[in-house]
Design a protein around this ligand. Structure first.
Ligand code: SOE
Length: 379
């Protein structure tokens, strides 16, 4: 298929810059699409790093100033993969310049910035999308299909967690390259915005809106050296965050995220319990979906472990032969394939900035509840 170029300007060259670049490069190898991403420019502040990244990934040019990138007539898409505090300004300028705007999660550092970003893209009427990649794990997409088919019936419980352990050392500094996630100024919050945001996005997608929450957070290490000032400064992010939720559909939710669960690197799990069945999924075993169907004949009832690798499973016909697995990076390729299909057909892209705003409203209510000690409404 001959396809039209969609010229990408990427802001940020860290872990997420690599994940997005890989998606741009691979998507047309595995999906037949009318559009083809072209790596026009990568933007960041450190020229040496930029040059190295640009050469390694095959970007045609580099830009050390994002305002110049946004003004370039040879760019169609601005993709923001820089720290959270930069999202709002870049997205708003990109939308005003008429660019398609893609943004890494969480949408913004706080709710005010997030609302501003939604307003900017909707006012400019430009396509927009947030990279909540876990929706595109085939097993998670299959969970969505089974729920939408009504196989669980009325849903009573949604239980989810995202556990890590990489910030437990008190010698780890905050701020600057690679460690901005520990700096409230850059990140906005700690695990609430970084990890719970994933859990909330998936939960809303699978189970509908969250109405209210009651939360508690903790910062176990209160002071860390800041990489920029060199001084020991108070830590203002949450190291751990847990909350109870009430969904609009009457379901109860429990959510937990921490960077202090020794031994866990990225244990994202969810379980959904309904009247007629239950589903469970685990990122460490991401190609499997556990399903219990109460409508099975009683003597045969039991949890099935579905190996989501068959041709009729979501996305899998684009990859290898049944039984062979794919991984984390493919979720970004799937999201890019869906995005390019939406651009071609003119249909809405999900999750849009407005979809991601719903997650921001929940994370904001979580942080508010942790301060107030009360139930808070997510609006
Ligand atoms: C944090 O360590 C992190 O990289 C998140 O920022 C990502 O969103 C998550 O997918 C993996 O963990």
């Amino acid at each position: 298929m001959t396809n039209r170029a969609l010229r990408i300007g990427l802001v940020g060259y860290g872990f997420m810059g690599r994940a997005h670049s890989n998606a741009y490069k691979r998507v047309n190898d595995f999906f037949d699409l009318q559009y083809r991403p072209v790596l026009k420019a990568v933007c960041g502040r450190n020229r040496d790093n930029l040059e190295q990244f640009g050469a390694q990934w095959g970007y045609e040019s580099i830009e050390a100033d994002w305002t110049a990138l946004v003004r370039r007539p040879d760019i169609d898409v601005i993709d923001i993969a820089s720290p959270n505090h930069t999202h709002a300004e870049i997205a708003s300028a990109a939308a005003s310049a008429g660019k398609i705007v893609l943004c890494e999660k969480p949408l913004a550092r706080d709710l005010t910035d997030a609302a501003r970003m939604v307003e900017a893209v909707e006012y400019a009427r430009v396509p927009n999308m947030v990279w909540y990649n876990y929706r595109r794990v085939p097993a998670v997409t299959l969970a969505k299909q089974l729920i939408d088919e009504g196989r669980l019936g009325r849903i009573f419980h949604y239980r989810t967690k995202f556990l890590q352990d990489w910030t437990m050392s008190r010698d780890l500094p905050q701020g600057g390259q690679a460690l901005w996630r520990l700096d409230a100024e850059a990140a906005g919050s700690g695990v609430t915005g970084d990890l719970l945001a994933h859990c909330i996005d998936t939960a809303i997608w699978l189970n509908g809106p969250v109405h209210q929450v009651t939360a508690t957070t903790e910062t176990f290490i209160k002071e860390r050296r800041h990489q920029k000032s060199g001084q020991v400064e108070p830590v203002r992010i949450d190291d751990a965050s847990a909350f109870l939720a009430r969904f609009d559909n009457g379901c109860l939710g429990t959510f937990e995220a921490t960077r202090f669960a020794r031994g866990h690197k990225a244990l994202y799990t969810f379980e959904v319990n309904g009247e007629s069945g239950s589903l469970a999924w685990d990122l460490h075993d991401l190609h499997r979906l556990q399903f219990f169907d109460h409508r099975d004949e009683s003597k045969l009832r039991g949890w099935r472990s579905i190996h989501v690798t068959d041709g009729d499973h979501p996305y899998m016909s684009h990859w290898w032969v049944p039984g062979l697995q794919i991984g984390y990076e493919h979720t970004f390729i799937h999201q890019m394939a869906d995005f390019l299909q939406s651009i071609a057909s003119g249909t809405p892209i999900t999750p849009s900035f407005r979809d991601a705003l719903a997650t921001e409203k929940v994370t904001s209510a979580v942080l508010k509840s942790a301060r107030s000690g009360k139930w808070e409404v997510c609006n």
